[in-house]
Design a protein around this ligand. Structure first.
Ligand code: COA
Length: 397
């Protein structure tokens, strides 16, 4: 790429960055929205691509803390705000910024990098795989009948969203440390969420809030005839809180549909006498992960059974792959480089898919994405990578 320089962003670049972000995503963001994210960017964490004095590309990473199966918390570089000007697309500008940004992420010692993707076809080549799934459900609540066995613990209060930030944050924090994919949410991002700016409402009302001692639901109402309640955030630390909040949401008499983006194993359908009423409206990738330090990442999580396997991990982007022996004994994992014969071969993006236990090795084998001749090894990988707590994305970034 001639004539394009990638460098650290300066304060003076931010007006051009804001214009680029708004243009790239086709949304006019409130200035405070970007500022909240900027607070989480470490020094040197924003790069811009420039042609002469003109900023034509931007990418930054947030300093995040990611919960993995078993409850360990890893420093994670959360890449966000990636835009290349429409006047300069498909000339390698993203690749040049990614080269530089990942060099910085590796130098800063992050074992893992994460992102949420605007499109599904971009990031596999950079070693990212979709680790959590966003499962859309919608319930026509006029016909929803709670099952006789569904818990009915009560305890839900209607509260003013802006007044209960402290309660939401405390519950969220209990939830994120036990949930793989959970992310520590710093105060600037809480302030941003609770500011509930009209620009962020997608045509809906201000946020309504339901609060239980162990959970909360934030939702907006869209439309007039009929009205739909879209749940923006639902966090429940206990099954009782989950059921109690859903009883309240399904009790919104004048609402026709209650819609939520949740995770595949959400028990919501089984709270109903007719599970079919919880209609699947979509399913797509949510958080993408890329191992930067393979041994650190594989050692950090817990596995559901003992394991001894040699993995060949191919990294077509950087040189973080290689051959690794992963051993799990007495609940402790160890992982180191090896020259031993390979049991299974996969690209780094596939490791990202398996890591939080949402996707299975045997499915990857059938798709040709994981090569392994020994069915017993595949079954072992299937079992070992299961997470007893289903993974979910902490928050969109
Ligand atoms: C997505 C975007 C950043 C790509 O920037 P770009 O400079 O055109 O990308 P590059 O030319 O560096 O492409 C790098 C590689 O990604 C591929 N690629 C780029 N955009 C792609 C897309 N939308 N879908 C599939 N592949 C894509 C290129 O083909 C290229 O592949 P290769 O290097 O393996 O041959 C740019 O189109 C953009 O700003 N889009 C709008 C905002 C957005 O979606 N940002 C991403 C937020 S997650």
């Amino acid at each position: 790429m001639t004539g394009v320089q990638v460098r650290t962003a300066t304060d003076g670049d931010w007006p051009a960055i804001v214009l680029l972000e708004n243009t790239g995503f086709g949304t006019v963001h409130h200035p405070d929205d970007l500022a909240a994210f900027r607070d989480l960017v470490p020094a040197g964490g924003t790069v811009v691509a420039c042609e002469g004095a003109t900023v034509i590309g931007v990418a930054f990473y947030l300093d995040l803390r990611l919960t993995v199966p078993g409850g360990a918390i890893l420093p994670a570089a959360g890449i966000s705000g990636v835009v290349v000007a429409p006047t300069h697309r498909r000339r390698g500008v993203l690749r040049a910024m990614y080269d530089e940004l990942h060099r910085r992420i590796a130098d800063a010692g992050y074992p893992i990098a994460a992102l949420t993707a605007s499109e599904g076809g971009i990031y596999g080549r950079f070693g990212y795989g979709p680790a959590t799934v966003d499962h859309g459900l919608s319930v026509d609540r006029r016909f929803a009948v709670l099952h006789a066995d569904a818990p009915d613990p009560g305890g839900v209060r209607l509260v003013e969203t802006a007044e209960c930030g402290g309660e939401f944050a405390a519950i969220y924090d209990r939830w994120r440390v036990i949930t793989p994919g959970g992310l520590l949410r710093p105060q600037p991002l809480w302030n941003d969420l609770l500011a509930d700016r009209p620009e962020e409402r997608a045509g809906g009302t201000a946020l309504f809030a339901l609060l239980h001692p162990d959970g909360y639901a934030l939702y907006r109402v869209h439309g007039e005839h009929p009205k739909t309640a879209r749940v923006e955030e639902f966090r429940a630390v206990t099954a009782e809180a989950h059921a109690a909040l859903w009883r309240a949401l399904l009790g919104l008499d004048l609402i026709q549909e209650v819609a939520i983006g949740t995770y595949p194993d959400d028990p919501l359908p089984y709270l109903l006498t007719d599970t079919r009423l919880a209609r699947t409206t979509g399913r797509k990738d949510h958080m993408w992960l890329r191992a930067m330090d393979v041994p650190a990442v594989l050692q950090a999580r817990r596995y559901a059974c003992e394991l001894s396997v040699v993995l060949q991990l191919n990294d077509g982007f950087r040189s973080d792959g290689g051959r690794f022996a992963l051993t799990v004994r007495d609940g402790q994992a160890s992982c180191e480089r090896t020259e031993a014969p390979v049991d299974a071969e996969l690209d780094l993006d596939v490791l990202g898919m398996l890591y939080l236990g949402v996707h299975r090795a045997s499915v990857m084998v059938r798709a040709g994405r994981l090569r392994c001749d020994d069915e017993a090894v595949v079954r072992r990988l299937d079992t070992a990578f299961v997470s007893d707590v289903p993974a979910q994305l902490g928050f969109f970034f």
